[in-house]
Unconditional design. Sequence first.
Length: 458
Amino acid sequence: MKRIKYLLFLLPALLVGCFDENDLDENIFDSAPLVSIDEPGGTVSFGEAFNVVFTFTDGNQESASLSPLSTASYTIEDAIGNMIDSGSPSVSGISTTTTIPFASGLPLGDYTIDVTVTDTQGNTAEATSTFTVSEVTTVEVNGFTMNYAEMYMLGSMNGFGSNNPDYQMTAVDDNIWEVMGVELAGTDIFKFAIDQSFTISFGDIACDGMAEEIDGLGTDTDCGFSGRFTVRFNDETTEYELIPGFESNVDQLFILGSQNNFEGTDLAMALTADNTWTYEELEIDVDDAFRISETPTLANMHYGQDGSGSTYDTMTEVASGTAEEFGSNFVLPAGAPHGRYDIQYNDIDQSYTFTLVEQLSFASNETSVFVLGEMNGWGSNSPDYEMTLVDDFTWQVENVVISSTNPFLFVTDTGFSKKWGDAECDGLTNEGGADIACGFDGTFTFTFNDQTLEYTVE
C-alpha cells in the first residue's frame, strides 16, 4: 500500500516534467500593432475638402487578443515645421479606423503626417506620409476652361473688396477673365485675386503688363492708370490689359430669357460705344421672350419693352422700340421671323433695335412641296424630289433630271392632296391645273412660290 501512495505522489511531477516549453512560448507570442495612412494620396486640390484616414490593427499574428490597441497620436506639419493639426484619436480592440476631416482644405504647399500607435503591452508602430496641396488643374466656367473658379479685381478703388462694386470678373474665353466699367483715378492700386480673402493674388510691380503671384496685401499694381477701362486677365499666362472704355450708366448688362432660363452670364452684352450695349447673333424664335438685366438674375434692375411694344420694318429687317424698367418681356413683333439678331440697347434713352442677321425659318402656306412627274414615276420611284423652304413661301429642289417628254406637277404630297399645273407654260401655275409639259430637257433647279404660284426651272 505504501508503494502505491509513493507512485501517486510522483505522477504530477512527471506530468510537469513532460510539458513542452516551446508550446508555451508559441501561445503567448505578442506582436506589435500596425498603422497605415490611407488618405490623402499624393496630391490634394486647393480649396477642396479632404480627409486624413488612419487604420490601426493589432493581434493579427496572435492566437488571441493578448495586447489590444491602447493609444494613438498624430501630427500634421507644413514644409517649414509649423504645426497644422495634432490629436490623440481613441483606439481599442484589435482594429480601429479614424477619419480626420478638413472641410475647408489647406493652403497651397507640402505637408507631412506622422502617426504613432501603442498597444496595452507597450508595443508601438509608426508611419509617415507626405502630400501636396496644389492648384486645381482646370475648371469649367461659363463653358470655358479656366485655372480658377472665380477672379476679382480688387484695389483701393473698391476698398480691396470691402466696398461696391466688387469687380468680380467674367469668363469670356479660355483662361480669359474680363470686367467692364472699372473706374481708376491714377493713384489707385489693385491686384487680381481668386477670392476676396486673397488666397491667391497677382500684382504687377514692374508695370509691364505681366502680373506675378504675390502674398498678402503688400505688392500691388501701382502704374498710374486713370480713366474708365475694360480689364482682361489671363489666368494661365498672368498677362493683363486695360482697354480704355466707353461711357455708360451701368457696369454690365445681361440678356435673360427663354434662351437661358432667365438667368446666367452666358449672354453678357458688350459696351461697344458710349452708352451703347450690343449682343451679336442672338437666336430668337417667334415664341421666345427675354429681358435686359443689370445682374445675372432678375433679382435687381431689369428692363422690358414699354406699353407700345416694338415694330418691325420688313425693308430694313430691323425691329425697334423703347424699353422701360420692369416692362413686359421683349418679343419679336409681328412680321419678324425666327432668326439670329444683333441686339443693341442704349442705356440713356433706353431705345433698342433687333437687326436680323440670318433668318432661320420662313413663312409658307404649305408644310411640304414635291416635284412629281414621269421622271420619278409620279412619286413611286426615287428620287421623290422633295423641295426645301429657302425663303418666305419659296420652295426649291436642285438636280432634277428631266427629259423633254416628261410632264410634271408641283404637289403637297405623293397622294396629290393638292397639286399645281401650268398648261400655258407661262411660269404661273394654278391649283388643279394640267400637267406641266414644256419641253424641259436636262438637269435643273426647280423653284416654286406657294403664295404667288409662280415657278422657275433653271
